[in-house]
Design a protein around this ligand. Sequence first.
Ligand code: NAP
Length: 293
Amino acid sequence: MQTKPRIAFLGLGIMGLPMAGHLLKAGFPLTVYNRTVARAEDLSLAGARQAKTPAEAAQGADFVISMVTDGPDVEQVLLGHDGAMRGSHSGAVFIDMSTISPEIARNLAETLSQNQIEFLDAPVSGGDVGARNATLTIMVGGKQKVFEQALPVFEALGNRITYIGPAGSGQVVKACNQAVTAVNLLAVCEALLLAEKNGVDPQVMIHVLAGGASQSWSLEILGPRIVKGDFAPGFMVKLLQKDLNIVLSMAQRNGLTLPGTTLVQRFMEDNAAHGEGTEGTQALYKALKRAAG
Ligand code: NAP
């Protein structure tokens, strides 16, 4: 009987915790690491081994998956003092599923390859719901043969899994995704304000739009949360700010102006100034409402 590859999973936040849970349920021998130890307890009770450092988690692992916040955090858990690279072996595959800049992803691929470790950038879309339901969209950069090796791991987490191209290209597509998500969310918030001001039940408006050309994830998942006044985070304002910074610095380097993304970034700054940085991105509605008077 062929044994499944061993996986180390680093970062058990809103996304990482359910994703690691799916890998465990799919039968992969799993070791988890989380900076805040208590967050790993449920998985540990369910059968995962718990490591004290990323280096310890990576020992003997065929795949090391990171799902942390930003580029510097990924660098820390992979390359830092107790980072996964210290505990890993030649031939292991590191997969970063966080959203970081393509440039940092390319640098990580380069540094790891000098240590005989393969690297894939594999950011995701589909939100907290996609992570819980294992229906994430996964966009992958790196070597194609390494992508094929990692496919069974991705299949336990998502259902639209696409090889894009060389290292960093998964993150390029993720940046495109964030521009669309951000501008789309702004449009959803505008539609909600219009419906409310004109005496139409916003739930009915959402139902109608979801059946036509305006259908979108933000409309169907975040729209009802806004109507209920539920601003708890699936995806935090401060994380979308991070992502839009990535998008806008890429655009700046390309000599592009992105007015829609820039506008959403301004509203997110207003959210942050009002103490809403750790709320869900649907809090954009509050910033828009303040601006709309
Ligand atoms: P989150 O709930 O804030 O979780 C972040 C995780 O990273 C936590 O486990 C945190 O550990 C860990 N972490 C952060 N910095 C660290 C460091 N320097 N060293 C060690 N651990 C560190 O965020 P999330 O929503 O799961 O997002 C994770 C990544 O997925 C981000 O890049 C985000 O942009 C991306 N993403 C999120 C969504 C979404 O809908 N939420 C969708 C697609 C992509 P602690 O528990 O100790 O804080």
